[in-house]
Design a protein around this ligand. Structure first.
Ligand SMILES: Nc1nc2c(c(=O)[nH]1)N[C@H]1C(S)=C(S)[C@@H](COP(=O)(O)OP(=O)(O)OC[C@H]3O[C@@H](n4cnc5c(=O)[nH]c(N)nc54)[C@H](O)[C@@H]3O)O[C@H]1N2
Ligand SMILES: Nc1nc2c(c(=O)[nH]1)N[C@H]1C(S)=C(S)[C@@H](COP(=O)(O)OP(=O)(O)OC[C@H]3O[C@@H](n4cnc5c(=O)[nH]c(N)nc54)[C@H](O)[C@@H]3O)O[C@H]1N2
Ligand code: SF4
Ligand SMILES: [Mo]
Length: 759
């Protein structure tokens, strides 16, 4: 129907960071011509940052894939049809399983900042192939944190930043990276409220640091000294919440004893912060009614990472800021992130390098070494989906080499990425706006929010959504039969409650089908769901489990059994019908303790012996990791206003910072004879590159910084391939990683900067 009024806005979410803000998009001829915040979204309430407005560059660009591809011997690719692709992929992976065992097939990825449904559907294929080892981006950032939390209280905690009195950010720049709802609005409110404070611990005077009441400008890589000193001051000055400690903390003695021995003044010196500033921050935290602490990559990808994850938690544990408004909290989940399945199958160490597996994930830095060896248990095949590890993992060259030495590999992506270019098969996925999608970053409390997005544009011809791709592979592998599905089709036609009963009956009768549950739901319940939402079928099971695990919180959120269906069905119907996100659990603060895994005594186990040993050994840690050859510290992967991992490939998406300059302090610039805009050579043990510099007085001497998300291949209008900016992992180097979690030191790469002389 021709009309001269503009098309209406369609509701979805931004996919560029874990906040997944609700947005409204006007689509004209397949282009996203206008984007605005969705005020009705229950989580983000209309909030967005500048990046969401540029999402057309994700949806429409020159490297979208629109046909399955097979690699030729000369490294070029030929288009093949879907039937051939599915048949060959299934046969080749099954052959690896049958010859060498499914544990030699590795799985990487499963979702990014906006898409986790594909990961849920991929489990069936992995299980049918016997995959035992897997990983994703979490194993180069959050596994240290997971290690600590699994020992302290067996849960994932977050902070009520919105209502807290003192918000502490260590190695996090929330103005740029967000990470909690309405980050910039909340930060502005804290900044202007004289009764609340923000503490930033960062070597750079970031935009967040400029807003902070307390800015601890640490020397790069010295957070363990800084945070140990802060906690030790609490102990020294008797600033602990004794009542909370007595009621809720166990095995504290050895920890308090070790903290009493921390050489506070020496540590202040080592991290470069005046002692009185550390004392002021420790006192501010201890005298506040509540505090939250939020760590991120600045410590997770730097020396002593897991130790800092441990120490920073003591700031709020010793001061009792848990389970109350403005404090720290655990939360419900619709689906567990990270661990790709567990139970009896769970492995503790990797077979080749013996790296410790945390949350079911092989440390990212170990993957290439699990391939490039003649060890009989080496990885021989890889499934990679929705991730670009050649670009995002340490030492891109080594990962490339690893991929090329596999017997078979498949990449599922929307774009022809650096990783896809090394794969034997490339399968084109429909974009995140062409299919139902969602993330399981459900991290809020007391009210937790989940959003299942509807497609807002038809799938690009030639692409398939991951649920269809995985289900076709599973069916090719013979995981289930039409006969298995027949009773479910019949029950789905009858009623929701009949379907639920039939599904549970099938799973009980044939437990081997459980891992294919998502595909079975997609094929049977899927066709009965509202138009275009079949791929949401797997969420039915998650809603059922949530209602079973958290019956009171789900009921408080308004979901109760009805005429046809239980509370889980009511929750699922709300999820599938909503454009604005759904509050799926509502708690009261007193229930926070029930969500920790320490239900029997509700006590936090403070002593983690391995980390206490590291704390005790800290005085002997090297003072620097730099050398005469590499005298500076490079932070490789800073979040800036126009970076978004490698989700955007078209560099034209950036409104500023187009070349992704190397940030360098005025002191170093003077020393090296560099002025703003000069090109310089950046050298590390991992590689050499050239780029313009930006002289930035937010940088401290000896510290340089490059952004993440740059340096991806993208053709110009003539098809000539080019790259804008530095690919950070052409410069990083394997081997420098956390001693516990194996997380890489991306923020702490010894480096040298040289002017490209023009005299
Ligand atoms: N704009 C934007 N936002 C994003 C993303 C994006 O690509 N772009 N990506 C998302 C993802 S995947 C993640 S994980 C988060 C990450 O979010 P952040 O961790 O906040 O982002 P980074 O800029 O990588 O690192 C944070 C800070 O660490 C500092 N840092 C460097 N070395 C040290 C050190 O030794 N000690 C301390 N204390 N700090 C140090 C850097 O100066 C930087 O300001 O951002 C998310 N949000
Ligand atoms: N040196 C250095 N390295 C880093 C970092 C750093 O700071 N410094 N940061 C690290 C961090 S915190 C993270 S989280 C990682 C991120 O790195 P990765 O986990 O590799 O993720 P992305 O770069 O976001 O790439 C996501 C991929 O998903 C694809 N994609 C988008 N939509 C879809 C879809 O619907 N289906 C499928 N199948 N694919 C889709 C995109 O095209 C892209 O190739 O990078 C890490 N690497
Ligand atoms: S990038 Fe993050 S904060 Fe910005 S609009 Fe997207 S989801 Fe929201
Ligand atoms: Mo990340």
């Amino acid at each position: 129907m021709a009309t001269d009024t503009a098309p209406p806005f369609a509701k979805t979410t931004c996919i560029l960071c874990e906040s997944n803000c609700g947005i409204e998009v006007r689509v004209e001829d397949g282009r996203f011509t206008r984007i605005k915040g969705n005020k009705a979204h229950v989580g983000s309430k209309g909030y967005t940052c500048e990046k969401a407005l540029r999402l057309d560059h994700y949806q429409n660009h020159r490297t979208r894939l629109d046909s399955p591809l097979r690699r030729r011997a000369d490294g070029t690719y030929e288009e093949i049809d879907w039937d051939t692709a599915i048949a060959e992929v299934a046969a080749k992976f099954a052959a690896v399983r049958d010859t060498h065992g499914g544990d030699k097939i590795f799985h990487y990825g499963g979702g990014g900042q906006g898409n986790h449904l594909g990961g849920a559907y991929g489990r069936g294929v992995q299980s049918t192939l016997g995959v035992k080892f897997r990983s994703n981006a979490l194993a180069q950032e959050k596994t240290g944190e997971a290690y600590v939390e699994a020992r302290l209280y067996y849960a994932h905690t977050r902070g009520d930043v919105e209502h807290t009195e003192v918000a502490v950010f260590v190695g996090k720049n929330p103005w740029m990276s967000h990470g909690f709802p309405e980050a910039r609005r909340v930060m502005k409110e804290i900044a202007k409220d004289p009764d609340r404070s923000m503490v930033i611990i960062d070597p750079r005077r970031t935009k967040s640091a400029e807003m902070a009441d307390y800015f601890l400008q640490v020397k790069p890589g010295t957070d363990a000294f800084c945070v140990a000193a802060l906690v030790a001051i609490l102990v020294r000055d008797g600033l602990l919440d004794d009542e909370f400690m007595a009621a809720h903390v166990t095995d504290a003695e050895p920890v308090l004893d070790a903290l009493a021995h921390v050489p506070i003044e020496d540590y202040a010196d080592r991290c470069g912060i005046p002692l009185e500033d550390l004392e002021a921050v420790a006192r501010r935290i201890a005298t506040a009614d509540s505090c939250t602490v939020f760590e991120d990559l600045g410590i997770e990808q730097a020396p002593h990472s897991t130790l800092v994850s441990y120490l920073q938690r003591m700031l709020w544990i010793l001061t009792g800021s848990f389970g109350k408004p403005g404090g720290m909290f655990p939360h419900t989940n619709l689906s567990q992130l990270g661990s790709g399945g567990g139970g009896a199958n769970r492995q503790k160490y990797t077979p080749v390098t013996g790296a410790e597996i945390i949350s079911g994930l092989t440390p990212c830095n170990s993957i290439a070494n699990e391939v490039l060896t003649d060890h009989p248990d080496r990885i021989r095949a890889m499934i990679i989906e929705s991730a670009n590890p050649v670009h995002s993992l340490t030492e891109s060259d080594r990962f490339r080499e690893a991929m090329r030495s596999l017997e078979v590999s498949v990449v599922i992506d929307v774009a022809m990425t650096e990783t896809a270019r090394q794969a034997d098969y490339v399968l084109p996925a429909s974009s995140q706006y062409e299919k139902p999608e969602s993330v399981f970053f459900t991290h809020e409390f007391p009210n937790n929010v989940y959003t299942l997005r509807k497609p807002i544009v038809p799938p690009l011809a030639g692409t398939l959504a991951e649920p269809e791709i995985h289900s076709r592979i599973l069916e090719e592998l013979g995981a289930y039969t039409d006969d298995d599905l027949a009773p479910l089709h019949a029950a789905a036609a009858e009623s929701r409650s009949a379907f639920g009963a039939a599904f549970m009956e099938l799973m009980a009768a044939k437990p081997e089908l459980t891992s294919s549950g998502a595909s079975i739901l997609y094929r049977t319940l899927g066709p009965t769901l509202p138009d275009g939402m079949a791929e949401g079928a797997a969420v039915w099971f998650l809603a059922q489990m949530c209602a079973i695990n958290h019956p009171i919180a789900v009921e408080r959120a308004g979901f109760v059994a009805g005429d046809d269906g239980n509370a889980g069905d009511a929750l699922f119907d709300a999820i599938i019908g909503s454009d604005d996100g759904v509050v799926f659990t509502k708690h009261v603060w007193e229930e926070a303790w029930d969500l920790l895994g320490v239900r029997e005594d509700q006590k936090i186990r403070l002593n983690i012996p391995r980390l206490l040993e590291l704390l005790t050994a800290l005085p002997d840690a090297p003072r620097t990791y730099t050398s005469d050859e590499f005298p500076m510290v490079l932070s490789a992967g800073e979040r800036r206003s126009f970076t978004a991992n490698a989700i955007f490939r078209d560099p034209g998406w950036r409104k500023n910072g187009r070349d992704g300059a190397i940030r360098v302090s005025p002191h170093d610039a003077l020393d090296l004879g560099l002025v703003d805009g000069d090109r310089a050579r950046l050298v590390t043990q991992g590689g050499v590159t050239e780029s313009p510099v930006e002289v930035d007085d937010a940088m401290q001497a000896g510290h340089i910084s490059i952004p993440n998300g740059y340096g991806v291949d993208y053709p110009d209008e003539n098809g000539e391939h080019g790259r804008v900016g530095i690919a950070p992992n052409e410069l990083t180097h394997l081997g420098w990683e956390d001693e516990i979690a194996g997380t890489p030191w991306h923020k702490h790469v010894p480096a040298r900067l040289e002017p490209i002389s023009v005299q």
